[in-house]
Design a protein around this ligand. Structure first.
Ligand code: BGP
Length: 462
């Protein structure tokens, strides 16, 4: 099989706070992303001092989306994953009536996609929530936030039910363990019990969104979204192998709850051993039974795990506590490149859940340099994506059900970790720089034509 199935969905993925800009337009409220000008691991800055944040304008997708969607259409996209900024719909998060200007904005965006025959996939919450829900409610540790989220989800399902058939609940829900403010709205000083209580509430909210989506848009599909954090044992020592199992369970736990509808025994033991007290009501247990239709995930890298605590853990990528794999090379940011790991991950998830899979993020962050003619020959990006897609094709032949592939950042955008634009992922270059300079003009990189050919040939050109 050279070609992918003809109904395989090809496209790209972006997030509101990394592309839209217009952070104070259209009635939008302040989100957690707005108060983290230095990225998801950065300090909170309430912006009263007019601190510069590249995200305020981002790539101005809010105003320029018709041009950007036309370019994606030229590449042959069948699907675009976006996120809705919760603060455009409910600026503070706890209002009873939504903001019409925010609703109208996404209406226009979905209409533009439809004009080009591109389906929309929508993440309800991608690394942001209303800041008011953090300051006044304490974030997701407060059960009332579930009600606010459910109201928001129902409003957008009702409004866009005719236009959007693909939905995701929380982006990389397992990242809450590493970036609690971004994930569950918890500020410095929170305990592990707080984090897991907040995560529990988010899992309940995710299941309520699944229930509402099934009721309100019966012909839509709703999935979860995991950071595919596959890790390998550094050696074949039994303790390394067991430690690796436990490390993988840290992220698979979220999938277990969202796909199987119940807490796994290993997690309940972890809570007992660590004296973590999570309130899980009988009603919550019933709610969690509303499981997702498909599993979506991001994949960038793998890492290794060792039981030997004397070995230095290194900080790499957006996840901590992994040891570099001596057999892999890494990107400029130290993210280890492992195409075969994607095939392994697809097989692991398929074997575990038997639910369809959607790769909703994958890509290479790199510093692109235009040549004298202004062209960008990003062969490194083409190689990365090509090698990963070849492994997706292998997984399809292994019998794994893969619905589609949306590469991360088909157009350059602001990075989540550092809030810079110099770490670029796009097929489309955006003339903007970390200091805020640049014309915002768009241009096609070499990878633009490569991806166009991949889509045109259903992957036969790989
Ligand atoms: C994922 C996030 C994205 C995206 C990507 C790349 O974790 O879901 O929002 O940003 O990582 O990370 P970065 O932007 O830090 O390079």
């Amino acid at each position: 099989m050279k070609q992918f199935p003809t109904d395989f969905l090809w496209g790209g993925a972006v997030a509101a706070n990394q592309v839209e800009g217009a952070w104070q337009e259209g009635g939008k409220g302040v989100s957690t992303s707005d108060v983290q000008p230095h990225g998801i691991f950065g300090e909170v800055n309430q912006r009263h001092d007019n601190t510069f944040s590249l995200k305020d304008k981002a790539i101005d997708f809010y105003h320029r989306y018709p041009e950007d969607i036309a370019l994606m259409s030229e590449m042959g996209f069948g699907i675009l994953r976006i996120s809705i900024a919760w603060t455009r719909i409910f600026p503070k998060g706890d209002e009873l009536t939504p903001c019409e200007a925010g609703l109208a904005y996404y209406d226009k965006l979905f209409d533009e996609l439809e004009k080009h025959g591109i389906q929309a996939m929508v993440t309800l919450s991608h690394y942001e929530m209303p800041w008011h829900l953090v300051t006044e409610y304490g974030g997701w540790v407060n059960r009332e936030v579930i009600t606010c989220f459910e109201r928001y989800a129902k409003v957008v399902f009702k409004r866009y039910g005719e236009k959007v058939k693909w939905w995701l609940t929380f982006n990389e829900i397992n990242m809450s363990l590493h970036a609690p403010l971004t994930g569950v709205g918890l500020q410095a000083g929170c305990t592990e019990s707080h984090v897991y209580q907040a995560i529990h509430h988010q899992l309940v909210a995710s299941a309520l969104a699944v229930r509402a989506c099934h009721l309100l848009i019966p012909n839509a599909k709703i999935g979860n979204m995991l950071l595919g954090g596959l890790v390998y044992p550094l050696t074949c020592k039994p303790n390394d192998v067991f430690e690796t199992l436990q490390e993988n369970r840290k992220w698979l736990f979220f999938g277990d709850v969202q796909c199987r509808g119940t807490y796994p025994g290993y997690m309940l033991r972890y809570f007992r051993d660590k004296k973590i007290d999570v309130v899980i009501t009988d009603e919550d247990k019933q709610t969690l039974k509303h499981t997702v239709d498909f599993i979506s995930f991001s994949y960038y890298m793998t890492g290794c795990v060792t039981a030997d605590k004397t070995l230095n853990k290194q900080i790499r990528g957006n996840i901590l506590d992994m040891v570099p794999n001596p057999h892999l090379r890494a990107s400029e940011w130290g993210w280890q490149i492992d195409p075969v790991g994607l095939r392994t991950l697809l097989n692991v998830l398929w074997d575990r859940y038997q639910k369809p899979l959607f790769i909703v993020e994958n890509g290479l962050g790199a510093k692109d340099q235009p040549d004298a003619q202004g062209e960008i020959s990003d062969d490194y990006r083409i190689d990365y994506l090509n090698d990963h897609l070849v492994q997706v094709r292998e997984a399809l032949q292994d019998g794994v059900e893969v619905l589609g592939y949306t590469s991360w950042g088909p157009i350059d955008l602001i990075s989540a970790s550092k809030a810079e634009i110099s770490k670029r992922y796009g097929f489309i270059y955006v003339d903007r720089h970390d200091d805020g300079s640049g014309t915002l003009a768009r241009s096609r990189k070499k990878s633009f034509y490569w991806y166009q050919e991949v889509i045109r040939t259903h992957g036969a050109s790989l």
